[in-house]
Ligand binder design. Structure first.
Ligand SMILES: [Zn+2]
Length: 190
């Protein structure tokens, strides 16, 4: 099964990082004009993610698949996208993409991790390392990983709310968000 691929508009840079961590190929459209965003979506078969209603309307008119992203906090935005597209909220380092540059990451051994500048104290307690094939950033499972898990738990809770409110509402209404406060950012290991 091919996974959905995305193009996130200028307002959704942090959301793009989360989708990459979840293993979804997501390019960031910051600095691009609306025309360029739409043509990239067509030429690269990407789903447009935007919180701009005008751009969303244009995408619909041009028959470009798009999601109008709702939500105030980062968790709400990720939940909204996952809810609408049925995305899996799992972090699997073997399929995660680099949150910084969207490239494939590959597993490396301790020797290579040492050469690439991982601190000795980290080498003392972690055996699993990955390096980005694009920007060269090295990742390992540390405290940032636990924070990411907490963030995704929050996203799951919001998704449950969205599912239950969509069941309660009539089909013409959109589910709404609760006012739960949450806004965590993806953390890398450096
Ligand atoms: Zn990278």
């Amino acid at each position: 099964m091919t996974r959905s691929r995305f193009l996130a508009d200028a307002m959704l840079g942090r959301t793009a990082r989360w989708l990459r961590i979840l293993g979804y190929d997501t390019i960031y459209g910051g600095g691009l004009e609306d025309d360029e965003l739409l043509s990239i979506c067509v030429s690269q078969s990407r789903i447009l993610l935007t919180s701009d209603e005008q751009l969303y309307s244009r995408a619909v008119r041009d028959k470009v698949e798009a999601v109008l992203v709702r939500g105030g906090s980062e968790a709400e935005k990720v939940a909204w996208i996952a809810f609408n597209l049925g995305l899996k909220l799992e972090i699997n380092p073997e399929s995660s993409l680099c949150p910084v540059c969207n490239s494939i990451i590959r597993r490396i051994d301790m020797d290579e991790a040492r050469v690439r500048g991982v601190p000795e104290k980290v080498l003392g307690w972690s055996k699993d390392f990955w390096v980005c094939s694009g920007c060269g950033k090295v990742y390992w499972v540390g405290s940032h990983y636990r924070r990411m898990k907490l963030f995704l738990r929050e996203v799951s809770r919001i998704m449950e709310d969205l599912h239950s409110s969509s069941r309660q509402l009539s089909q013409s209404s959109l589910p709404s968000f609760s006012t739960r406060e949450s806004d965590h950012s993806p953390h890398s290991s450096q």
